[in-house]
Design a protein around this ligand. Sequence first.
Ligand code: NDP
Length: 316
Amino acid sequence: MSQIERLSCLIIGSGPAGYTAAIYAARADMKPVMYQGLQPGGQLTTTNEVENFPGYPDGISGPEMMLQLEAQAKRFQTDIRSGFITKVDFSGPIHKCWTEDNHEIHADTIIISTGASAKYLGLESEQKYLKLGGGVSACAVCDGFFYRNQEVVIVGAGDSACEEAHYLSKLCTKVTMLVRKESFRASKIMAERVQNTPNIEILYNTETLEVLGDGQLVTGVRVINNTTNQETEIACTGFFVAIGHQPNTEIFKPFIDLDETGYIKYAQPGTSKTNVPGVFVAGDAADKTYRQAITAAGTGCMAALDAERYLAAKGH
Ligand code: NDP
């Protein structure tokens, strides 16, 4: 049987929240161990250029920024491991976690920074141009700027889609919004805002069949009206998907309070505390509102400071 490893601080997940928590925890001598998870670096590794993170006046690519954050966490001896946590038990005073190869860890403090994953339609053409960085995005605030004075298409009918469509309408000459039903899911006020924006065209009962491109860049989309079965092509250079996010919180569900959409609930607003003492959360796993690298980094800092104070109060 493998030996149980005892840690002062375990960080689960490796986006900006996790790395920032690691930098703070390591500098506070908490000897953090980080499990990077299935997508080391997190959502930013699917973003081309990050231009809105303060301190990078010329911008930086998402993957490059994550490598820099990793290097900074390592500089203070964070033990960064590839691999992921598959099971936890927070029922007792010791926080127990197991890795995918069944290694058992007992940690005084846990920082959950597992993030959220944007949902995509799952079309082959969508995934192709997403991977190429050729014009498919799930984040208007991150990538909208690259499409200024151009025409874009956005899929979705919830509050996020409305918010992102409105954001894009200020940058782009035209935004076409594809709504698969005959009405919005979004709140009335958000739906009305897009309906009243002159350069947003809403196509109801419309689904995406294929993202079109020249092999490198997106040039349009082929859509179908699901009531008439009529297919049309819409020219665009950017294709935005805003059909929701899935927080990566499933393994914590038996112990940690989640809201109805799976996001971790803060036990005390203004802190990073969850309902389990010693377990803290940072980043998108608890944030369905802001979802930015900089806000994730900020809450990562909060989680490490809260963990440090928790340990100090316990006399560690
Ligand atoms: P939602 O789950 O609310 O909405 C997802 C939307 O995507 C729905 O309109 C759904 O369509 C559509 N959709 C899902 N799958 C597909 C598909 N395969 N093809 C086409 N369309 C699809 O997600 P949001 O991210 O919009 O919002 C999540 C939560 O965050 C909500 O509670 C929301 O209120 C909140 N939020 C609040 C904001 C604010 O108040 N400022 C801003 C952003 C989010 P259908 O309706 O047909 O099912």
